[in-house]
Write a protein that binds this ligand. Structure first.
Ligand code: OAD
Length: 424
């Protein structure tokens, strides 16, 4: 389901003693491991009762027939929303944060912060469960936005949160009092730029000592590309039901397949945090009012502004970045070359965020497109890049050809792929 998978690396490890929980924990306890980064996806919230997007059968995209959409992702596509906002408002009511409890995995991320290991938790999720679990707001980057604020999509005027919540509860479409444009929560839709905080924080990944990637198919860019921005010597640990992205392709990649709550429990046990994990998780039974979290988020954003942009992506020469990107994923080595590569990729990523590049033919986006169009026919065991996946991709593209265009002049196929890419 994820894309850009490379062949699993089978040679010796370089940083970790082995590719198992015990070795990860030994490394976490060492002085080499100071800055832990986390990337989260919908899989961390399934145990809370929120469906993920692409798991065949249970994922949100296989269960939207009732919304009468031209294709499932249209519910989060800005062009489609502009034409027909009702499906999104209907779904927003079901997904609106407040009624869900954080999972053990969210609490594990909190413990990383409590133990002064967490640098940043990048999340694609809009459910705010990281905050509810007690992960400090200034450690969270909600890459795909959240329900915390809302704006008119035309004149960008802010809209009152309480009124928005009430309208969503009634599945009532909100229009701007000034210009009559549609109002939408600040969730990032396909075709929209990611929040500035994402752009500002991405360069920190070059300082990562350890990366956990949990509960994501690594399908949507630019988020998926973050795994490639950590240094070559940074162990990357995928905790997921299935393989995803290129994790497994580097010497110190560890792939732990299974339910994330079970796996983090095992890691916590090995760390000696087992009781603490259960105790902290027990506290999440009492839900924190969303409004209080929103206030906290506001304070966080002020903190971030005060901190300023320490390392701006503009520091990276564009020519360098373009060259590196054109070469695709280069063979990595330590030292200067690696530093240049990471900086170059950061720059490319940011340029993409800023410019919302047009449709590209790269394999990752192609895999993303096919993975998202027909989730019901995905195999959870075959990885993109495999023969089976490529055959599936071909079959899916002809299926997608029959879909009607959604608010732009490109073919439906190009439109969908473009929307995935436009999130860059
Ligand atoms: P996906 O649904 O694409 O992937 C979720 C992944 O989590 C899958 O690989 C599942 O196998 C795995 N999974 C599910 N339950 C799990 C569990 N209990 N333990 C471990 N793994 C589990 O969701 P995302 O990757 O988050 O964007 O999707 C990325 C983006 O696509 C979303 O943010 C959303 C969507 O379009 C927007 O709509 C803006």
């Amino acid at each position: 389901m994820g894309n850009e998978q490379s062949a699993p690396y089978e040679g010796p490890t370089e940083v970790l003693e082995g590719r198992d929980v015990r070795s990860i924990v030994k490394y976490m306890k060492s002085k080499e491991c100071r800055k832990v980064f986390v990337m989260l996806g919908a899989g961390v919230s399934t145990a809370a009762g929120i469906p993920d997007f692409r798991t065949p059968g249970t994922g949100l995209y296989s269960n939207l027939e009732r919304l009468n959409l031209p294709y499932p992702e249209a519910v989060f596509a800005i062009n489609y929303f502009a034409e027909n906002p009702l499906p999104f408002y209907t779904l927003a009511r079901e997904l609106y944060p407040g009624r869900f409890r954080p999972t053990l995995t969210h609490t594990f991320v909190k413990l990383l912060a409590d133990h002064a290991l967490l640098d940043t938790c990048f999340t694609q999720n809009i459910d705010t469960l990281e905050r509810r679990a007690g992960v400090p707001a200034h450690r969270i980057v909600e890459a795909h936005g959240s329900f915390a604020d809302q704006h008119c999509i035309e004149c960008k005027r802010a809209f009152d949160g309480a009124q928005m919540k009430a309208a969503i509860e009634r599945a009532e479409i909100v229009r701007c009092g000034e210009c009559g444009g549609l109002v939408k929560p600040d969730i990032v839709f396909f075709g929209e730029a990611l929040p500035p905080l994402f752009e500002r924080t991405v360069p920190k990944l070059r300082e990562a000592d350890l990366l956990f990637v949990i509960g994501t198919s690594l399908t949507v860019h630019p988020f998926a590309a973050l795994t490639g921005l950590v240094p070559a010597g940074c162990p990357r640990v995928l905790i997921n039901m299935e393989r995803a992205g290129d994790i497994g392709g580097r010497p110190d990649d560890v792939v732990l397949l299974g339910r994330c709550d079970d796996i983090v429990r095992e890691i916590a046990q090995e760390l000696g945090w087992a009781d603490e994990l259960e105790r902290e998780w027990a506290k999440t039974e009492i839900l924190v009012p969303l409004e209080a979290l929103d206030r906290e988020q506001g304070a966080k954003e002020k903190d971030e502004e005060r901190a300023g942009v320490e390392t701006t992506v503009a520091d990276v020469p564009a020519s360098q970045s373009q060259a590196a990107y054109a070469e695709g994923a280069p063979a990595v080595s330590k030292g200067q070359e690696e530093e240049a590569r990471v900086e170059a990729e950061v720059d490319v990523l940011t340029e993409k965020v800023a410019q919302a590049l047009a449709l590209s033919e790269d394999a990752g986006v192609e895999a993303a497109r096919t993975a998202t169009i027909t989730p019901g026919s995905q195999s959870t065991t075959s990885g993109p890049g495999s023969e089976e996946a490529s055959e599936g991709a071909a079959a899916h593209s002809s299926e997608s050809d029959s879909r009607p265009p959604v608010g732009d002049t490109r073919s439906p196929e190009a439109s969908i792929a473009g929307k995935e890419k436009e999130k860059l």
